[in-house]
Design a protein around this ligand. Structure first.
Ligand code: C5P
Length: 288
């Protein structure tokens, strides 16, 4: 059965540069594909698009981006064949790690292959952009500068393999559309550029990367989610490391060694309470 790894992402840098006429926002972001991944398999079927998934709380209907991706491709090319997908879910839902968009990108590639539809990368990207703003990035993967609504992709040199990353995952839910709505664009805050982060990344300087990482959503999301702000504050107190939001959250990420961080946080009583209350998990990841 043809199978694809469907990786998650984090945003190393994320600035919102303006509001568009179509209701979406323009952004300037550095996306990094990470090795925390779902696995999507597919096989031909008589007719229709179906999905089996091991995550009980994820819809397998037409609102699932895997099913939506295959339907969009079939419709675009007038294809009447069927396809059956099997999804093994590992990327947490609602974490700002791009799991749904990544699944859509993998589903498009698998359907294109199995149906021998012959869509080019550019055609897949156009179709993908309609499914979700992050889908064009996942069709590319690696490390990219992402601009516009998410459709302008500039590949960047590989993320330095010396930089170990840590994810802090929780049961906290962050609403993406609300996070965009809460932004106070152009009101005082100086617009940030990704240039410093890019320079630090090119020279492999992890300390400088940590200093120039940025996420505009932090202003509004930490205010809206005091539990998440408390988690970040305890991490800062205990380890002197600044954890950043990925996308609109709720996943946090930072540079460092996950086991070491876990050990230090385990000694902190307040962090232990937060760990129980929000089902916190500290996960080592690598860039791809
Ligand atoms: O494209 P996607 O479905 O992932 O976007 C989810 C929501 O996030 C959109 O409904 C929109 O409110 C917001 N969004 C935005 N600008 C973007 C991407 C997403 O305003 N570039």
């Amino acid at each position: 059965m043809p199978t694809r790894e469907s990786c998650g992402k984090i945003n190393l840098f994320l600035e919102i540069t303006g509001k568009r006429n179509d209701g979406y926002h323009d952004l300037e972001s550095i996306f990094l594909e990470i090795d925390l991944a779902d696995r999507l398999s597919a096989e031909p079927a008589e007719a229709g698009v179906s999905l089996v998934c091991d995550a009980p709380n994820l819809s397998v209907g037409e609102d699932n981006l895997v099913v939506a991706a295959a339907n969009a491709l079939a419709e675009a090319r007038g294809i009447r064949k069927g396809i059956r997908y099997v999804l093994r879910k590992r990327i947490p839902l609602g974490g700002g790690l791009g799991g749904g968009s990544s699944n859509a990108a993998a589903a498009l590639r698998l359907a294109n292959e199995i149906w021998e539809a012959g869509l080019s990368d550019a055609e897949l990207a156009r179709l993908g952009a309609r499914l979700g703003s992050d889908v064009p990035f996942f069709l590319h993967g690696g490390t990219c500068l992402v601009e516009g609504r998410g459709e302008r992709i500039t590949p960047l040199p590989a993320f330095p393999n010396t930089a170990a990353l840590v994810l802090v995952l929780s049961s906290i839910h962050s609403d993406t559309a609300a996070a965009f709505r809460g932004l106070r664009l152009g009101e005082g805050a100086e617009r940030r550029s990704s240039a410093d982060f890019l320079r630090a990344m090119r020279s492999g300087d992890v300390a400088a990367m940590a200093d120039s990482a940025f996420n505009r959503f932090e202003e509004t999301v930490f205010a809206a989610l005091p539990g998440l702000a408390a988690i970040r504050a305890r991490i800062r107190e205990t380890t002197r490391v600044e954890a950043r939001l990925s996308g609109s959250g709720s996943a946090l990420w930072c540079f460092g060694d996950a086991a070491d961080m876990d050990n230090r946080l385990a000694k902190d009583r307040e962090f232990a309470e937060l760990r129980d209350r929000y089902n916190l998990r500290i996960v080592p990841v690598r860039g791809r």
